[in-house]
Design a protein around this ligand. Structure first.
Ligand SMILES: Nc1ncnc2c1ncn2[C@@H]1O[C@H](COP(=O)(O)OP(=O)(O)O)[C@@H](O)[C@H]1O
Ligand SMILES: [Mg+2]
Length: 510
């Protein structure tokens, strides 16, 4: 009689049920794994055999075949060590098959029989719960991470002997208690808005951006505080919710970035990859696919500092993730998808020397070099940016002023109010923020009165704004009106939104 044990595979962050069947035959002793295993899965044979023998557990002298079904799903990594070992333990009725009923097993084995930490346990647990699996056996070091999921019992397994005793019913492993969800305060790590002197209009722009989840670009001379401001953006975003934290943690779980001490990501991500990053590093993928920076920034901020320094093909790859809020990676045998709904924040100098438009310093760039510098940023990327903020150099008086600037907490109170209004507005829809309004939603939620229409028309003609600026101005106007507590968009809201497009004309004549 073959034994049958349930395990799991991941496609992106979606779990798939895998049946591990083990059969023996009276033939020359051998051990084979079939069912689209990768090299790491094939290596299971040696690990499982030695782990069982070194734990003084049964390993048959026979021809063994482990079949991982369905055969069409790629099986990757060392996670099948544990279910294969359990399947072998269960051969010939050594363990009552009911003991593993409604249970699934994942885990890597070391040669002495210990169960070692693996990646991707959180999304596997969520998937298992949805499949109706009642008990999930995971490496002990992953148990806290898995315990965040309600509706499934998680068992953290230290070694094979412990699991054997549990399945025999001799000595039970206790299910893991769920870890309390703790939200971390980003200002402790990233600093507070009040530390940035002056820059009131840029701060106002960032407040609008965070209120409506709008993508922003900061342009200004070196040392004007762009990086300093960007880093503090998460401190004026609402704290991460439990649901968002689970979404984010799934990505970090697959990426292997969790530790036993911090099993759940309790903070909005702030990712700031260096400009030398490869397209794959940014978007995700690779031989053994991993989420990229866009996905690690899910529900948080992706900050691209010194934007023109990034490889052009890396920036171009951002187009689809920005459009869809998810990234699809094509690979042999199918595609995988990771979520990536992030707020894009970019910073750049206005030209190579950095002093174009500076009030006191002279720019040494030629007109051609300025054009070349700016042309490095692709149109499709700019297309997804709603606000352009200019950081002027901070005057000495502002830097040395004793007057306390507004704290992140105060700004956040206003952001939260604007978010509440959006929650009401988007009830029952997939949209969550003004910054993600589709064209048809813009027509519904950003209707203008006669006066407002007139202002918009005039501005377009006078400033020769492009058609693509139109939707962005309306989205941003909606957020400004929300911050103002107004249900209708008014003239002053439109005028302010237009002021954040001024760079369109100045630097990029789109
Ligand atoms: N507005 C500001 N308030 C306080 N300090 C500032 C400000 N702008 C710049 N600084 C100081 O100058 C340093 C460089 O600023 P940074 O944010 O790196 O500028 P940028 O990214 O625009 O080149 C900061 O670390 C900070 O010490
Ligand atoms: Mg900088």
């Amino acid at each position: 009689m073959p034994s049958n044990v349930v395990s799991l595979a991941l496609n992106g962050i979606d779990a798939i049920k895998i049946n591990v069947e083990i059969d023996t035959a009276n033939a020359i002793p051998a051990f084979e794994i079939v069912g689209l295993p990768d090299a790491a899965v094939k290596e299971s044979r040696e690990r499982v055999k030695l782990a069982l023998r070194n734990s003084r557990l049964y390993f048959p002298i026979a021809r063994l075949t482990a079949n991982l079904a369905p055969g069409g799903v790629k099986k990757e990594g060392p996670i099948y060590d544990l279910p294969i070992a359990v399947g072998i333990m269960m051969l010939e009725g050594r363990i009552d098959p009911n003991a593993a009923d409604k249970s699934a097993f994942v885990g890597e084995l070391s040669l002495d029989g210990r169960v070692c930490r693996i990646d991707g346990v959180l999304p596997m647990t969520i998937g298992a719960m949805k499949m109706g699996i009642e008990r999930l056996f995971v490496p002990y070091d992953n148990a806290r991470e898995a315990s965040a999921v309600a509706g499934i019992e998680v068992y953290g397994v230290k070694d094979l002997n412990e699991l054997y005793d549990h399945l025999l019913g001799h000595e039970k492993i206790e299910p893991t208690e769920s870890v309390p969800f703790e939200i971390n305060d980003p200002s402790e790590i990233l600093g507070d808005f009040s530390e940035v002197r002056g820059q009131d209009s840029v701060k106002r722009g960032l407040e609008i951006a965070c209120s409506g989840f709008h993508n922003v670009l900061m342009i200004g001379s070196p040392g004007s505080g762009k990086s300093m401001l960007a880093k503090r953006i998460p401190t004026i975003m609402p704290p991460i919710t439990f649901e968002e934290a689970i979404d984010v943690t799934q990505v970090y779980s697959v990426a292997g970035l969790l530790s036993e001490n911090s099993p759940i990501v309790g903070i909005r991500p702030f990712r700031s990859p260096h400009h030398t990053i490869s397209p794959v590093g940014l978007s995700g993928g690779g031989k053994v696919p991993r989420p990229g920076e866009v996905s690690l920034a899910h529900h948080g901020v992706l900050f691209l500092d010194e934007l023109p320094e990034f490889q052009k093909n890396a920036l171009e790859i951002l187009r689809q993730p920005l459009e869809d809020g998810q990234v699809t990676i094509t690979r042999v045998g199918g595609t995988i998808t990771y979520p990536c709904d992030f707020m894009l924040v970019c910073a750049m100098n206005p030209c190579r020397c950095g002093y174009l438009g500076h009030p006191t310093r002279k720019c040494t760039c030629s007109e051609l070099s300025v054009t070349k510098y700016l042309s490095k940023i692709s149109g499709p990327l700019l297309d997804r940016i709603d606000l352009h903020l200019e950081t002027a150099p901070v005057p000495y008086e502002a830097l040395s002023s004793k007057e306390a600037a507004e704290t992140s907490k105060r700004v956040l109170e206003r952001v939260n109010r604007a978010r509440e209004i959006q929650k009401e507005r988007f009830k029952g829809t997939k949209t969550r923020f003004n910054g993600r309004l589709t064209s048809s939603q813009i027509r519904e939620f950003c209707r203008l009165g006669e006066k407002e229409n007139e202002v918009m028309k005039n501005a377009f003609e006078r400033l020769s704004l492009s058609a693509r600026a139109h939707d962005k101005i309306l989205r941003v106007s909606r957020t400004i009106a929300d911050l103002d507590g107004k249900s209708d968009i008014e003239v002053k809201h439109i005028l302010e939104a237009i002021s954040y497009r001024s760079l369109d004309r100045k630097y990029f004549s789109a």
